[in-house]
Write a protein that binds this ligand. Structure first.
Ligand code: NAD
Length: 502
């Protein structure tokens, strides 16, 4: 399709209004299954970002002072609306991202978990009170919102990741400006509609579309108090450093290379099923995807056979087809990048067990498809291991012992998620204690924490102190204040000494 024939245009959402802004720079939104342009979106300039921040700033005093119960009511209504629109949301995610609709449905469910948690905001906004810390003096603490918070999000979970941020930010009394991924922004527009229907006042939730220019405008805006970022490691590092330099609170979650260790005593079928699901679900475009298996001892040969057998049965096709197991990757650049890594793996001497480069989907010849790919005999210096490929490529490294497997994982610069498959409690316990990774699975391949825990990696997978959503999310979007008050009939008199407690 020629881009000039595109009729759907995605808007910004500022102060409760949809603003088309067709005149400035724009970007194309693709249908990854067909490889065609299906819509276009505006790329915000500094003035548009400022407009959104000002709308959020104006809405802040009233929203901050809205009683906790009234804020919770909006959250509960929002939750019901998201639930009622779950299918529509999942289809919208699938149409721009390419993942299968059922997988997108899982994303909606995990987002709902975080909204459920945000509904308990009155509990988390509670402070502490100490009566009588000194004569007639009480001390108490409260947590207050920060002001205007901004979120910058990746393409791979266009619904769930923004919800991780704004559900908690808004629940805690902040107002929010979202800059979603420019590849699949439409689901955020539907979420904006649902917020409005739920009774959220205009200006509390805003969306600006854009690229580096919009991101930089948010990072440098003096009225933005906090930045949450999720995306690749180089941009996460840049966002963290820039936002810190401009005096903002910041959490920046980055990329990953997640390992799954298969011990010789593991249930082989369970391990092979888990590896195939976790490596090729969403075409490997999950920050918690398993992209490296580490087979310990003599398990490598049977494990490779079991995985290969399963991979050959996977159906690759459009995400809208209920029979599809794995959809396309998000864009042509991503497909070409994945293919170039497979080429590099072959050149570097890894054993290519299954080659996804030849994958063709009849009727979808223009689609951004790469088939599931499996490499064995991979070594730590090969680029298929050192780099985050973010596509359907699983590489297997062989280790002689759990110690060797742990050393390999701990030497890796990333530390998002990892897992071990074993029947030994001692091996599992050792692994969960010593592995330098933020989220660990024991016989669970993608250990994404439930909504009432927090999500976050270590090392180059997260820059900042606090993880996202859960209790850490409440802490990130609020700051503490401690009040010391004296109520007494008697004057305390003059005392130039430093106050002591008696
Ligand atoms: P990306 O880093 O390319 O983009 C993320 C966001 O940053 C987008 O909104 C994009 O517009 C913006 N951006 C891109 N280039 C920029 C630049 N030069 N300056 C300022 N902003 C810029 O990431 P992506 O391709 O959309 O998403 C995939 C990546 O996200 C993978 O690396 C994946 O591991 C990571 N991810 C991490 C987590 C996590 O929780 N750690 C979760 C999801 C995705």
């Amino acid at each position: 399709m020629e881009t000039s024939t595109v009729t759907r245009f995605v808007s910004h959402f500022i102060g409760g209004e949809f603003l088309e802004a067709r005149n400035g720079r724009t970007a194309d939104i693709y249908d990854p299954a067909h490889g065609t342009v299906q819509a276009r979106l505006p790329l915000a300039d500094e003035a548009t970002v400022d407009q959104a921040v000002q709308a959020a700033l104006r809405a802040y005093p009233a929203w901050q002072q809205t009683p906790l119960g009234a804020r919770a009511e909006v959250l509960f209504s929002f939750r019901e609306l998201v639930r009622a629109n779950a299918t529509r949301l999942a289809e919208l995610v699938s149409s721009e991202h390419g993942k299968v609709v059922s997988d997108a449905g899982g994303e909606v469910t995990r987002a709902l978990e975080v909204i459920d948690f945000a509904c308990s905001l009155p509990h988390f906004m509670k402070g502490e009170y100490s009566e009588g810390v000194s004569r007639s003096i009480d001390t108490f603490s409260v947590r207050q919102p920060l002001g205007v918070c901004a979120g910058i999000t990746p393409f791979n979970f266009p619904l769930m990741v923004p919800v991780w941020m704004y559900a908690i930010a808004i629940a805690t009394g902040n107002t929010f400006v979202l800059k979603p991924s420019e590849r699949d922004p439409s689901v955020s527009m539907l979420m904006a509609e649902l917020w409005s229907k739920a009774g959220l006042p205009d200006g509390v939730f805003n969306i600006v579309h854009g690229d580096k220019i919009a991101v930089d405008a948010l990072l440098h805006h003096p009225d933005v108090a906090a930045i949450s970022f999720v995306g690749s490691t180089p941009i996460a590092r840049y966002v963290y450093e820039t936002a810190a330099k401009t005096g903002k609170r910041v959490q920046a979650l980055g990329g990953a290379k997640n390992h799954l260790v298969v011990m010789p005593d593991a249930d082989l079928d369970a391990a092979a099923d888990a590896l195939v699901s976790a490596a090729f679900g969403s075409a490997g475009q999950r920050c918690m995807a398993i992209s490296a298996s580490v087979s310990v001892g003599d398990v490598a040969e049977p494990l490779m056979d079991a995985i290969a057998q399963r991979v050959k049965a996977l159906r690759v096709g459009p995400g809208s087809d209920a029979k599809t197991d794995m959809g396309p990757v998000v864009c042509a650049t991503a497909r070409d990048r994945v293919v170039s890594y497979i080429d590099a793996g072959v050149t570097s001497g890894a054993a290519l067990v299954i080659d996804g480069r030849t994958c063709r989907v009849p009727g979808y010849e223009g689609g951004f498809f790469v088939g599931p790919t499996l490499f064995d005999q991979v070594t730590p210096k090969m680029s298929i291991y050192t780099d985050e490929i973010f596509g359907p490529v699983l590489v297997n490294l062989r280790a002689q012992s759990l110690d060797e497997a742990l050393a390999l994982i701990n030497a890796n610069p990333y530390g998002n998620g990892t897992a071990i498959f074993t029947r030994s409690g001692a091996a599992a316990r050792r692994f969960q204690r010593d592995v330098q990774v933020g989220m660990v699975g024991v016989n669970v391949p993608i250990p994404v924490p439930v909504g009432f825990y927090s999500f976050g990696g270590w090392k180059a997978s997260l820059f900042g102190d606090l993880h996202i959503y859960g209790e850490d999310g409440f802490r990130f979007y609020t700051r503490g204040k401690v009040i010391t008050s004296r109520w007494d009939e008697q004057n305390a008199g003059i005392n130039l000494g430093f106050p002591v407690h008696k």
